[in-house]
Design a protein around this ligand. Structure first.
Ligand code: FAD
Length: 383
């Protein structure tokens, strides 16, 4: 190591920052992780978490490789997808189309966080949770972070993993294009009368997008992207369950509400760069996407996995050529996902005459074309 105290300081210990800290530590790097809200690892059995993620096979392998994959008893399997358009269009594809066992696994946020933080507790990572970052500066040879208790931390590299409103990004003066969708993702969990058959169901209704994601047992998790979240949030539990079951044509019978509904504003965030002198951004600090494909945290885990792989044998973690390589490596996957989700969102929200026919016919034609379906399935598991 050079004169710096750490190889890497990571600001933000959400799923992405925590996974990066663990991966770097396993690679023998000296790491500090600054997170004012570390995960609660106890009392997991109490209640279900309405925040869930569809984790891709590649990211399951990344987490499993670090011993940070939660036990399967609370994990749902997506074996197939059934996507309906707003005028009769439909596409169905399954893991078999991609010669895989599952397209993704549905994992509760709290369980995933706890699995990572349990491993962090047994690692050499310095977890700092009792103070806030006050200022950040960089020189050609190191990044320096001043904490509000007066401590000065320095490292070869500082990583911003501090979410869509990234403080690190702001400190660097890195401009970002932020486009609000004018929608929120409303999430809640339900028990359902009929088995979901490990099928994820999604409806593009024209002005909203509803997804039912299969959880363990007869349970589903809903993500309803809507411009009127309040009309769902203010419903009593029974009325919410009835509304959600009805919106999906009662395909799984009657619903009962398992968790209160919560809403998250949706926006597309695209920073002009994700690296600067001695600094890199990962996760939502580096990009956000519409959740219609459930890929936000998957992109973030791949940022962490690929950055950790690049830094593993590096004599200097903040080397500019390495950071440039990280930015180049991630650009295509991130841009493709952002453009893909954004285009799909716009295609199903545009009000042009004839467009509903066109987009629904497109869905149904794709459904009849096996090679295209296999491509969809492979893309679904590819991140
Ligand atoms: C409704 C909805 C549904 C979604 N569903 C899916 C899905 O199914 N699959 C999927 O892959 N993605 C999904 N996403 C996207 C996913 O939630 C995000 O991509 C993911 O949470 C980003 O993780 P992160 O660790 O980068 O950021 P965050 O989860 O935002 O974590 C940032 C962390 O940084 C900390 N922090 C912030 N500021 C500071 C600071 N100044 N100093 C220190 N720490 C700080 C915070 O406390 C927090 O812990 C969904 C998003 C929404 C809105």
């Amino acid at each position: 190591m050079r004169d710096s105290q750490y190889h890497a300081i990571i600001v933000g210990g959400g799923l992405v920052g925590a996974s990066l800290a663990l991966a770097l530590s396993r690679a023998g790097k000296r790491v500090a992780l600054l997170e004012p809200r570390p995960a609660q690892c106890n009392e997991l059995e109490q209640g279900w978490d309405a925040r869930i993620y569809a984790v891709s096979p590649a990211n399951r392998r990344f987490l499993e490789g670090m011993g940070a994959w939660p036990g399967m008893e609370r994990i749902g399997i997506i074996a197939a997808m059934d996507v309906c358009g707003d005028a009769g269009g439909r596409i169905e594809f399954s893991a078999r189309d991609a010669d895989a066992d599952a397209l993704a696994w549905i994992v509760e946020n709290r369980w995933l966080q706890a699995a990572l933080w349990r491993q962090l507790a047994d690692s050499e990572v310095d977890c700092i949770g009792d103070c806030q970052a006050q200022s950040l500066s960089t020189t050609a040879s190191e990044a320096r972070l001043v904490l509000d208790d007066g401590r000065l931390l320095s490292a070869e590299l500082l990583v911003g993993a501090d979410g869509a409103n990234s403080w690190v990004r702001g400190q660097l003066g890195l401009a970002a294009s932020v486009k609000p969708y004018g929608q929120s993702g409303v999430v809640a969990n339900f028990t359902c009368e009929k088995p979901h058959g490990q099928v994820a169901r999604q409806w593009f209704t024209g002005d909203s997008i509803l997804a039912w994601l299969p959880m363990a047992g007869n349970r589903i998790s809903m993500v309803w992207s809507t411009s009127d979240p309040q009309s769902l949030l203010e419903l009593p539990p029974e009325a919410l369950a009835d509304k959600v079951a009805a919106a999906g044509g009662h395909q799984l019978g009657a619903f009962a509400t398992l968790t209160a509904a919560a809403a998250f504003p949706l926006r597309l965030v695209q920073p002009e760069a994700v690296v600067a002198e001695r600094v890199a951004l990962v996760g939502d600090a580096a990009h956000t996407v519409h959740p219609l494909a459930g890929q936000g945290v998957n992109l973030g885990f791949q940022d962490a996995a690929q950055l950790a792989a690049l830094l593993q044998a590096a004599p200097d973690c903040g080397d500019w050529m390495l950071l440039r390589r990280y930015q180049r490596q991630r650009r295509e996957a991130v841009t493709t996902m952002q453009i893909g989700c954004d285009s799909l969102y716009r295609l199903f929200h545009a009000k042009l005459p004839g467009l509903p026919w066109l987009r629904n016919t497109g869905l149904s034609l794709t459904n009849c074309c096996s090679p295209l379906k296999r491509r969809f399935a492979r893309q679904a598991i590819g991140y």
